[in-house]
Design a protein around this ligand. Sequence first.
Ligand SMILES: [Fe+2]
Length: 288
Amino acid sequence: MLSKFRFLQFSATLFSSASSRQIATFSAKFRPQMEMGSATNNNGKLVFRQLFEKDSSTYTYLLADASHPDKPALLVDPVDKTVDRDLSLVKELGLKLMYAINTHVHADHVTGTGLLKSKAPGVKSIISKASKAKADLFVEPGDRICFGDLFLEVRATPGHTLGCVTYVTEDGPDQPQPRMAFTGDALLIRGCGRTDFQGGSSEQLYNVCSKQIFTLPKDTLVYPAHDYKGFSVSTVGEEMMYNPRLTKDEETFKNIMANLNLSYPKMIDIAVPANMVCGLQDVESKAS
Ligand SMILES: [Fe+2]
């Protein structure tokens, strides 16, 4: 099972190997039961929070392994405006933030990864290699991002942008059940990301949703990067049944996407250049 993954060994302070493809936080030698007064699932192992940024209707997700003594944590799709809120929560929950990861180069808000790196030294930014954006670590399909004993698998889901990925919790007895898919803007609740800029392709999006997301167990929880109608979570089965775009055949889907007549994103000229370099606040780039 593990052989299909490439490994990149990584610790809080040191890259141990650039040739392996598992991104790991801490060794798994010591796993005491922990007490934390916060909502967890998976027998208390996973700490999970869904956070919201209202101006861009962006969801940021905080995940951590509460069973590990260091409580390693990561943030998916942080926003620059809410970095202080996110860091306060990390502190209050007693977590150690290891990674700030993006599902893609966003066009509607500036990522918080650069700010997080400057305010919480040691945090590493992660984005897909296909995005061609700047980050500390680049992931490719099949890679695993490890935090404690929990893992996110990287699935390529281009179509909204060329470099979009979906991060999926792994299948396994010690992993969260049901599984969770952080779909970015590829699959939204009852919708999907637009495909008319940043290397987007409706054909590609249709195919990756079919092959990379709708092949997951139907009870897999779908957590998108945005919602504009007040939804917070869906499931793969629900979207296969009720998504008004992706339940159509491919030609109908392509027609829908070609005729959305969406306006030019108001933040795109600021957000995309900033997000290509970790939100411009990357301390290392300023120093160099
Ligand atoms: Fe996007």
